[in-house]
Write a protein that binds this ligand. Structure first.
Ligand code: CLF
Ligand code: SF4
Length: 302
């Protein structure tokens, strides 16, 4: 039975370029930027740019309506045969824009059911939407979890907006961390594969990430992706302006190695744009800007 289960799991990730290192050489993903709003403030994020939880800071993606996004996905599915995954990862938090996010997924699932759907979130609203995620057959969800300790969380998140109220400091961090854990648990119960992203911030959570790794592994996360903080002063983030540095490649590798004995680590992340197109290493977003893809047609059209 175990061999059979492993085989099934392999099939679930075989064509996902992020969940399978092997797959990223052959299969492509597309991100559609339909989700502008966010419900928290990370100190490494400037809202003028894409969500830095799953993206390269300093990049501005072109915002689309769900209908435009679905058209784009269908056009690209016709032009890039390696396309297997459609992800929503910004420019804000997809679950702070649930109507836009789920409408987009619905439109695409209806016309191109072979495309796998993928979602990335800060986790605040995840537990509320796991049923809907399951219904839509979304089998890959990423939660960005930078800490499991509210005292560290307080240094990473400046506020959390929850139930129509804004919580600052440790109070906000506590809510976010609890909701993330609840979301992770709910994914596990629904048997949805979960990847956890952690942004490594030297002097703040670097030594703590092995603890994060231990906790998420025990809660059933499938894959851990530790990404380096990118903090250029010109990006205007809190960390950028206060001189917080990112890790060196060597520091990053050391932390990844320290976790690697415990669970699968992702090491081929390219910190994509919220409108990335193509194989992970080859971004073709400029071939499919809105003025271009709106002129193109697809055999699957809406
Ligand atoms: Fe996109 Fe993310 Fe899905 Fe992949 S990206 S929503 S899991 S389809 Fe992949 Fe890009 Fe790294 Fe993200 S390389 S930033 S991990
Ligand atoms: Fe920025 Fe994403 Fe954090 Fe929201 S969740 S503040 S968009 S990095």
């Amino acid at each position: 039975a175990t061999v059979e289960m492993e085989e099934k799991l392999k099939q679930r990730i075989a064509q996902h370029p992020c969940y399978s290192e092997e797959a990223h050489h052959h299969y492509a993903r597309l991100h559609v930027a339909v989700a502008p709003a966010c419900n928290i403030q990370c100190n490494y994020c400037n809202r003028k740019y894409d969500c830095a939880n799953e993206s390269r800071p300093g990049v501005v993606s072109e915002l689309l309506t769900p209908e435009e996004a679905a058209h784009k996905a269908l056009v690209i599915a016709g032009k890039i045969p390696q396309l297997t995954v459609l992800g929503i990862a910004g420019p804000g938090d997809p679950l702070a824009n649930p109507e836009k996010t789920f409408r987009t997924f619905e439109l695409i699932a209806e016309k191109a059911p072979d495309i796998k759907l993928c979602l990335s979130t800060n986790g605040l609203m995840l537990a509320d939407y796991v049923d809907r995620i399951k219904q839509l057959n979304i089998d890959h969800v990423t939660i960005t979890m930078n800490t499991v300790d509210p005292e560290i969380g307080e240094k990473i998140y400046s506020w959390v907006h929850y139930n129509r109220k804004r919580y600052r400091g440790i109070e906000g961090a506590k809510i976010l961390l609890e909701k993330q854990m609840e979301g992770l648990q709910a994914l596990k119960e629904a048997d949805i594969l979960c990847k956890v992203n952690s942004v490594m911030i030297p002097g703040i959570n670097d030594e703590h990430l092995t603890e994060v790794n231990k906790v998420i592994r025990s809660k059933g996360a499938f894959l851990h992706n530790i990404m380096p903080l990118i903090s250029a002063p010109e990006h205007g983030t809190h960390f950028g302006l206060t001189g917080q540095r990112g890790p060196t490649p060597k520091e990053l590798k050391t932390v990844q190695d320290n976790c690697a004995g415990n669970m699968k680590m992702m090491r081929h992340c390219r910190q994509c744009r919220a409108d990335a197109v193509g194989l992970l290493g080859e971004d073709r977003s400029q071939e499919f800007t809105k003025d271009k893809f709106m002129e193109m047609t697809s055999e699957y059209d809406l």
